[in-house]
Design a binder for this molecule. Sequence first.
Ligand code: NAP
Length: 130
Amino acid sequence: MPPAVNQIETHLFCQRRVEHEWLEKYNVRHMAYAPLGQGRKNEMFEHPSLVEIAKAHGKTAAQVALGYLMQSGVIVIPKSVHEERIKENADLFDFKLSADEMESLVKIDMAVPMIGDPENPVMVESAMEW
Ligand SMILES: NC(=O)c1ccc[n+]([C@@H]2O[C@H](COP(=O)([O-])OP(=O)(O)OC[C@H]3O[C@@H](n4cnc5c(N)ncnc54)[C@H](OP(=O)(O)O)[C@@H]3O)[C@@H](O)[C@H]2O)c1
């Protein structure tokens, strides 16, 4: 049977590491929605650790943010209306982050959803109208 997929808000500031372990345990693929934080937290792309790693690999901060998730076993579905960014967001397969780089990005995690809080009933009720 093919694995099921659970699409949940996941990005550098909300990495869902605990949820990821549970999904793996039950053979459910973890798919990140809003893997770039929906552009709401622009400081994400300016985080010093991310900027330093991006520079070292000759990639953009967005590419490293997406590459980090993929290397962590998360499927990413970034969105852009700009052709150049769509290409940029697909150009993720020519670099690999070291264990130290992965560890420094783990530390960025604030572990709090900023788009859709599934534990807030008001939020869940309004989402039913989307
Ligand atoms: N299952 C759910 O409940 C759920 C909820 C939300 C979203 N989603 C899905 O998740 C996917 C992506 O989510 P999203 O659009 O909400 O968030 P996202 O992909 O995290 O962020 C999109 C934002 O990032 C900007 N962006 C894209 N590429 C960039 C780059 N390389 N550098 C800098 N900024 C960049 C975009 O701006 P520009 O467009 O101006 O480039 C846009 O403002 C969509 O397919 C969406 O349908 C699912």
